[in-house]
Design a protein around this ligand. Structure first.
Ligand code: B12
Length: 437
């Protein structure tokens, strides 16, 4: 029996999944469509993907469960019951989502703006960066970033879920976790001893102010007359527990106040050959390849920590005296915050285009974007650094059509293109319109 399996690491791939579901339906195909990956969810599958075709669409949270699912589908005695249970579950998930929408407050964009986080800008100190708007690149050896490597999610990749160090002593998983830990440290320490490269970074600290419409305007110099780029943020339309509707734009001094605020951007990549650098043997061995690719991802994250510290202490100077331990840094006890496009407070994957462009990361680091904003090489991260200590973690779960229209006007992309950049939030909004139509 044939089946189609699709995986989405970041949300823009969800729209490609929708295209595939539609295409299968148009061809009258009844093959099961299996959905998985970090960016997928039962809710999105039930609300958006399943209604797009008459054939079965199944969300499978773990790829190792796919054979079990296929086995149920193959067995004529179980198939119908299995599919009926899946359909019922999807209906319940969709209904629960509908209930949540009607029971939680969702404000208009105008009302949400009224509830913005209002910082007291009076008397605030704005340090001057060393080289405003100038891109600084660095090649960083493994030994410099080794203390900043957080191995936590390496264990998730190998399906060993739990938190370190407890996981290493877990009665059932401890043995495998310790073996993996030892293999990881061996490769990282060897790379450090040999003086190998962890990767490369590019960053710049731009004079910047916020503008109405949740826009961060980045300038060429401190006179702030020439605009180098605009980053469009988004705003929560569902208030948080404190009643505020947050946006990252609230954390940057508004243009009208004439204050010399800044925003730093960074790209850090372990490079396309990072796994090969780390490997002890040929990468055609599955374990070696998976381990070294996952370690390359860890290096990319550590490089981001490293360059972020350099920005705080040196190139921007918002925490010139900082002497945090690596543990404190990984626990984000530094001044200000680092925010990445694609994460809940900035769910706009398209913003990577501006970051990569403003830093010239393609020419300088060889980092490019696919048509759906995945960065290549894969072990690459990009982020924005803000100085305001009032920043907290928040999630923009849904964006209304009113805000989408403003976002679309600012970014110059069509509402459909904007929906693709923002992905599931908007997909859910669209699906709500479909179900209520
Ligand atoms: C490792 C990781 C990275 C690595 C590299 C990832 C890569 N290219 O492979 C690094 C550190 C480089 C990275 C970077 C980024 N990341 Co990242 N990353 C992760 C992390 C921590 C784990 C992903 C992973 O590999 N898991 C291990 C695998 C085995 O699990 P999995 O993919 O979920 O797959 C399992 C199941 O879903 C299922 N499954 C998967 N596919 C399929 C398919 C089928 C058919 C079936 C049946 C089952 C199935 O089986 C698997 C085993 O259980 C997740 C958070 C998380 N906990 O999931 C964030 C996450 C994926 N990253 C995220 C983001 C935003 C990014 C960046 C865009 C951030 C940035 N601006 O720099 C970049 C993009 C990188 C790029 N190259 O474009 C977000 C995506 C959110 C979103 N809504 O899009 C996540 C979810 C974090 C979060 N909480 O928001 N990331």
């Amino acid at each position: 029996m044939a089946a189609v399996g699709l995986s989405a690491l970041i949300t823009p791939s969800l729209s490609v999944m929708a295209e595939v579901a539609r295409a299968l339906d148009e061809r009258g195909s009844n093959v099961p469509l299996l959905i998985g990956g970090a960016a997928t969810s039962r809710t999105h599958t039930a609300l958006v993907l399943a209604p797009l075709r008459r054939g079965p669409v199944l969300h499978v949270s773990d790829a190792s469960k796919a054979p079990v699912v296929l086995h149920d589908l193959l067995d004529p005695a179980r198939r119908e019951t299995f599919l009926a249970a899946n359909a019922l579950e999807q209906q319940q998930v969709a209904e629960a989502w509908q209930r949540k929408q009607t029971s939680t407050l969702f404000l208009s964009y105008a009302e949400a703006r009224e509830r913005r986080q209002r910082l007291d800008w009076h008397g605030r100190y704005f340090p001057r960066p060393l080289r405003p708007a100038e891109v600084v690149c660095e090649e960083v050896p493994v030994r410099e970033v080794l203390p900043l490597v957080s191995l936590g999610s390496l264990f998730t990749t190998f399906d060993l879920r739990g938190t370190l160090p407890d996981l290493l002593h877990h009665p059932a998983k401890g043995g495998a976790a310790r073996a993996l830990h030892a293999d990881a440290l061996l490769r990282l320490r060897r790379a450090a001893d040999l003086g190998l490269l962890a990767g490369r970074t590019a960053h710049a600290v731009f004079p910047a102010n916020s503008q109405p419409g949740e826009v961060l305007e980045l300038y060429a110099d401190e006179r702030r007359t020439r605009v180098l780029g605009r980053l469009a943020m988004l705003r929560q339309q569902r208030p948080g527990a404190d009643g505020l509707c947050r946006s990252l734009a609230d954390l940057v001094a508004p243009a009208g106040l004439d204050l010399p605020d800044h925003v730093a951007l960074l790209v850090a990549t372990a490079g396309g050959d990072a796994a090969a650098r780390l490997a002890l043997g040929p990468l055609d061995d599955d374990y070696e390849r998976l381990l070294c690719e996952a370690l390359a991802d860890r290096l990319a994250e550590a490089l981001a920590e490293y360059v972020h510290r350099f920005i705080r202490r040196t190139s921007w100077g918002i925490a010139a005296e900082e002497a945090l331990s690596p543990e404190d840094m990984l626990a984000e006890r530094y001044r200000g915050g680092r925010y990445s496009p694609g994460y809940p407070s900035w769910p706009d994957h398209g913003a990577k285009t501006e970051i990569v462009g403003l830093l010239g990361a393609q020419e300088r680091l060889g980092v490019s974007l696919t048509e759906h904003w995945a960065m290549t090489p894969r072990s690459t991260v990009c982020a924005m650094v803000l100085a305001a200590p009032e920043g907290t973690r928040f999630a923009i779960e849904r964006v209304g059509g009113d805000q989408l229209a403003v976002f679309s006007g600012i970014t110059g992309v069509s509402p459909e293109g904007a929906a693709l950049r923002l992905s599931s939030q908007v997909a859910e909004e669209q699906s709500k319109r479909r179900t209520s139509a």
